[in-house]
Design a protein around this ligand. Sequence first.
Ligand code: 5RP
Length: 243
Amino acid sequence: MSTDVFIGRGFVMSTDVFIGRGFVMTQDELKALVGQAATAYVEPGTVIGVGTGSTVNCFIDALAAMKQRVRAAVSSSEQSSARLRAHGIEVVDANSVETLAVYIDGADEIDHQGNMIKGGGAALTREKIVADMSARFICIADESKLVTTLGRFPLPVEVIPMATALVARRLQALGGEPVLRAGVVTDNGGAILDVRGLRITDPVAMEREINQWPGVVSVGIFARNKASVCLLGTSQGVRTLSW
Ligand code: 5RP
């Protein structure tokens, strides 16, 4: 185990802890590793927030082995709700809960400050809602998701369908190349624009800017409410980044 502490711009502190045996693992194995590791963040008897995606599916499956520890879950998608229920874990409405201790979710990209791009699974709006209800955001990801600057992964933006062309023009004016995600309707009845070509050097500012355009339901930049902890799956084991 090694512990490195970095103090960066804005006095952000990151603590890296490696736990593992040091052998090459597939991406699926790395997802399973961090899914299992995330169960340590579940406080017994609490209602937890659960995200969406293949990494979260590993977390839900790991949670099933200790489901008596979880009172219930607030879920960010119909897909995760179905998987939780299939394991016998109760899913409750977000409106029935005031706060959650933790929200556990994956990411499409995460930078060294804990800012993320999310929405590859089209669940970004509900993910933002559940994340906002939660005291801590525990991001689980394999090491391919860690980037220096967000934007290599096309940025998802959920829009009201009648505003798709309007929002696409505004995204082009920002320098992006938006493409409508074919055949996708979100759990909220929205459409998704995937935007290539953006180099997101100021995630907080870009999140604020795009979020306020009429017709935008939400943008997949999670910077105002970023990760508190990232459990990163690496061939050396789980690397824990904390902010
Ligand atoms: C869904 C998301 C997911 O967290 C993100 O796409 C990562 O997914 P995966 O764990 O399958 O790589 O934001 O909207």
